[in-house]
Design a protein. Structure first.
Length: 150
C-alpha cells in the first residue's frame, strides 16, 4: 500500500523535507497494531497452600509460570520445543542443574500442545508426590477446559 502526504507521495529523495502534516497522515494510515499476547491465571490449592499458574499465550509459543501465591519468584526456567519427529527437545535455561524439574514438565506440555513452551517453576513449588502432581493435573485440566488460553 502506498500512502500519500498532503503534497502527494511521501518524498523519497534524500534531503526532502517532511512536514508535521505528512507525518500525521502517515501514522493515521498505518494499520492498527494488535497484540499477539493473551494472559490467563489459574489457581490450585494443595495442602492449604495456593499456587498460581500464570499463562502467557504468544503467537506460536507459550510461557507458563507456576509459583506459590504471595511468594512468586522467578528461580528457574526451561524451554521445550517439538521437532519434526515425535521427539521434543528440552533444556533448562535458568536455574540450578538439580532444580525442581521444570524441563520434564515443559517437555510434556510441548508434546501435548505441539508448540514451544517456556516454563518457570518457582522455588516454592516442591517436587514431591502430592503438590507437583496436583499442579500438573490442574495445568492439563486447564488445557482441556480453556483451549483458547493455550
Amino acid at each position: 500500500k502506498t500512502w500519500r502526504t498532503a503534497a502527494g507521495k511521501f518524498p523519497k529523495k534524500t534531503g526532502a523535507k517532511t512536514t508535521e502534516k505528512d507525518l500525521f497522515l502517515f501514522f493515521n494510515e498505518m494499520p492498527s497494531l494488535t497484540t499477539n499476547f493473551q494472559s490467563h491465571l489459574a489457581q490450585v490449592e494443595v495442602c492449604d497452600v495456593t499456587y498460581n499458574i500464570r499463562v502467557l499465550k504468544m503467537k506460536d509459543s507459550l510461557f507458563i509460570y507456576v509459583g506459590q501465591d504471595k511468594s512468586e519468584t522467578f528461580d528457574e526456567m526451561a524451554v521445550a520445543m517439538p521437532c519434526d519427529s515425535e521427539e521434543v527437545l528440552a533444556t533448562k535455561v535458568i536455574g540450578p542443574p538439580d532444580g525442581v524439574g521444570s524441563h520434564q514438565l515443559a517437555q510434556q506440555l510441548a508434546r501435548k500442545l505441539k508448540k514451544p513452551v517456556f516454563l518457570s517453576l518457582g522455588a516454592s513449588v516442591p517436587n514431591d508426590r502430592i503438590v507437583r502432581p496436583s499442579i500438573e493435573k490442574k495445568i492439563f485440566d486447564d488445557i482441556k477446559n480453556n483451549v483458547e488460553c493455550f
